[in-house]
Write a protein of this length. Structure first.
Length: 289
């Protein structure tokens, strides 16, 4: 056991990144440019989505970024949502477009995401940006994996040659994370629900990224002593007292902190970095316009 278990303070990293972005926005303004502008589209009344959008718009405001919310009923026809996205694509006063997921079941999310202009796609989910990332071209990188990479690099410096495992292969987290790690010259394994001997795969890794959505699935005993753990999972579980709920990650934190050299907490790890990277992508979109 190594047991140093140094906590990677995502909140503090994110606050620094947001402060840098706010400075850059001020510098743009003094050069005569307007504030970067993000259009946020929210369809329906999923409570978690409303919380995410509120947090994103508050972070924009604090950094001097204009955010324009477009709220629509859950019954919005797909064609109308497409028309809204196309209108935002054409609007020169809009730099970035974010369509909050999940969308209601009658709407084809892939069709909507593909309709966002690649140069305004600050979530980096469109096939064009996914392709750019997969082929090593510059584009918009999804905010959560970008935040994970920033945390890794500020904790470990150069990660070239490190053995990394990404658990999860979603388009939002796992796949783009694997591309980013390959880009940083790590040796990457991607595990998923069909992988065999997950503990054995994790045991080899210097870097473990858990993006599964299963509370505390990754155990301390799976980890290589001295590894670095980035826990992307956000899972709500009942409190031991039986009253109310609490958030836990995909990693059993207390056990893992006994073995790992560095670990992100949940909450306060990856989550704040996701929002800071959204602001970073919006600033980038504004400088592309
Ligand atoms: P998805 O449900 O889209 O993907 C989960 C992945 O985990 C899939 O690839 C799935 O494999 C894999 N998986 C499921 N069960 C197992 C298992 N037993 N062993 C190995 N792999 C398994 O989730 P997301 O990628 O969208 O999100 C993952 C987690 O990250 C969630 O908890 C989510 O809330 C959180 N999240 C946090 C964010 C943040 O800002 N901190 C942002 C986005 C997500 P398969 O493909 O074979 O089905």
């Amino acid at each position: 056991m190594t047991g140093s278990g140094q906590i990677i303070d995502g909140k503090a990293h994110a606050a620094r990144l947001r402060a840098d972005i706010a400075q850059a926005v001020i510098a743009r303004a003094s050069a005569g440019a307007r504030a970067p502008a993000l259009a946020v589209v929210l369809v329906g009344d999923d409570p978690a989505s409303h919380v995410y959008v509120r947090n994103k718009t508050a972070a924009c405001r604090e950094a001097g970024i204009t955010s324009i919310e477009h709220r629509r009923d859950a019954t919005l026809p797909e064609a109308e949502l497409l028309a809204l996205v196309q209108q935002l694509n054409r609007d020169p006063a809009v730099d970035g477009i974010l369509v909050q997921l999940p969308l209601p079941a009658h709407i084809d999310s892939a069709r909507i995401i593909s309709a966002i202009s690649p140069d305004k796609d600050v979530d980096g989910f469109s096939p064009v940006n996914a392709g750019r990332l997969a082929t090593g071209l510059d584009g918009f990188v999804p905010c959560t994996p970008l935040g994970c990479l920033r945390l890794l690099q500020s904790t470990l410096g150069d990660i070239a040659g490190a053995e990394a495992i990404v658990i999860g292969r979603s388009n939002i987290v796992g796949r783009p994370m694997a591309s980013l790690l390959i880009g940083a010259s790590a040796t990457v394994t991607v595990a998923h629900s069909r992988s065999r001997d997950l503990p054995g795969l994790v045991r080899r890794a210097d870097i473990v990224i858990a993006a599964v959505g299963r509370p505390e699935m990754v155990r301390g005993s799976w980890l290589k002593p001295g590894c670095t753990v980035i826990d992307v999972g956000i899972n709500r579980v009942p409190k031991e007292s039986g009253e109310g709920t609490r958030l836990v990650g995909d990693v059993a934190f207390a056990e893992a902190a006994e073995v790992a050299a560095h670990i992100t907490p949940v909450p306060g790890g990856v989550g704040p970095m996701t929002i800071a990277c959204l602001l970073e992508n919006t600033l980038k979109a504004a400088s592309l316009q």
